[in-house]
Design a protein around this ligand. Structure first.
Ligand SMILES: NC(=O)c1ccc[n+]([C@@H]2O[C@H](COP(=O)([O-])OP(=O)(O)OC[C@H]3O[C@@H](n4cnc5c(N)ncnc54)[C@H](OP(=O)(O)O)[C@@H]3O)[C@@H](O)[C@H]2O)c1
Length: 335
């Protein structure tokens, strides 16, 4: 089968299309013919071994000190189950599924346990659209719903609202009943179209100087900004950071012990339950995938380059198997 491998860390050009051995499955595993996968900032970090905060200390120890331990990257996927192990109960051959893994989705076939983050695909999406969802939407669900427990009527501010996580966080915050403010620079119209009630251009204005308060600030930009953003949080406000730093771990412990705004950070891991929730939201048209650009597997280097250079709005998708391969990138704008 074909796969995009990177046997060393580095620029997009380390990715090469290679013929590799087909995976075999254990009794509790399913074999998925990957139709589409996503190219995300998470995948870029793994490709370059660029681990932020305290992850810099143990990142390479986990992924390979001198070279990637798992040479086939790719985390979000959608595809068709083509084989199931003898003990598999949740899936059967022919099911369309989507999900997220730590590695292995940049390949025509992916073997994974049925207990991992995989679920039946939304009924209203193509494979490409389904692959565009897990990375950002699972992260937004974990942080906004599970961690911050956003309540209807709360004011939520999303820093980086036009990003890979942010554009799905806007939709999920709206679904939770929040008043949503997006902070970004480009793509204001698209962020508003996805449900943001307000948009603040960070290059023109510092939102912390508005004199306004938000109940939740979801910060998708690099670094821990709790101290700078604290004055824009309400008394019971929650600051959510996607970056684990030593400082935010200390802030989490300290703010958990006293009244006032709290700092929170963590790592979002997909589960079958979260994917089932996501499928329901997509089927109910509450959450919509936004595909920025599509590339065939052979052009995965161009897909990673686009992520780093043009940074389009929405998710960059790679069509993996023949069924959905395209010769040229297709631009799809947000509704
Ligand atoms: N902890 C976890 O579980 C977890 C999960 C997923 C992702 N992450 C991490 O979270 C980060 C964000 O991921 P992503 O895919 O959303 O990245 P992304 O697509 O690059 O989005 C970042 C967004 O932030 C905006 N931005 C940059 N500087 C800003 C500023 N000063 N104020 C407001 N907005 C600003 C950018 O807008 P412009 O392009 O217009 O500048 C961009 O839209 C990544 O580094 C990723 O590794 C962590």
């Amino acid at each position: 089968m074909l796969a995009a491998k990177n046997t060393e860390y580095g620029a997009p050009s380390v990715l090469t299309i290679t013929d590799v051995e087909r995976p075999t499955i254990a009794d509790d595993q399913i074999l998925v013919e990957v139709r589409a996968t996503a190219v995300t900032q998470g995948d870029r970090r793994l490709r370059t071994a660029d681990f932020p905060g305290i992850a810099a200390v143990f990142g390479r120890a986990m992924t390979g000190v001198f070279a990637p331990r798992h040479s086939i990257g790719g985390s979000s996927f959608a595809g068709r189950v083509v084989a199931v192990g003898a003990k598999v109960k949740r899936f059967k051959t022919g099911d369309d599924v989507f999900g997220s893994v730590m590695h292995g989705a940049y390949a025509e076939l992916l073997a994974l346990s049925e207990s991992e983050a995989v679920a039946k695909m939304p009924t209203r999406t193509s494979y490409s659209e389904a692959a565009a969802l897990p990375y950002g939407a699972i992260t937004a669900l974990v942080f906004l719903k599970d961690m911050a427990k956003v309540q209807p009527g709360e004011r939520v501010l999303i820093v980086g609202a036009s990003g890979g996580v942010g554009h799905l966080a806007v939709q999920i915050a709206k679904h939770l009943g929040a008043h949503v403010t997006g902070v970004g620079h480009r793509h204001e119209d698209q962020v508003r179209a996805l449900g943001a009630d307000e948009f603040i251009d960070y290059r023109a204005e510092d939102f912390t100087e508005r004199g306004q308060r938000w109940d939740v600030i979801f910060d998708t930009t690099e670094g821990d900004h709790f101290r700078a953003y604290r004055r824009a949080l309400s008394q019971n406000g929650r600051y959510l950071s996607l970056f684990l730093t030593v400082r935010i771990l200390v802030e989490m412990m300290v703010t958990a012990l006293r009244s006032g705004p709290r700092a929170m950070a963590g790592v979002a891991l997909g589960t079958p339950e979260l994917l089932d929730d996501l499928r329901e939201l997509v089927d109910a048209r509450v959450v919509s995938p936004v595909i920025a650009e599509r590339y065939p597997l052979e052009q995965i280097v161009a897909a990673h380059t686009a992520l780093e250079t043009s940074r389009p709005f929405g998710c960059i998708v790679v069509d993996v198997t023949d069924a959905e391969r395209v010769r040229m990138p297709v631009m799809v704008r947000a509704a």
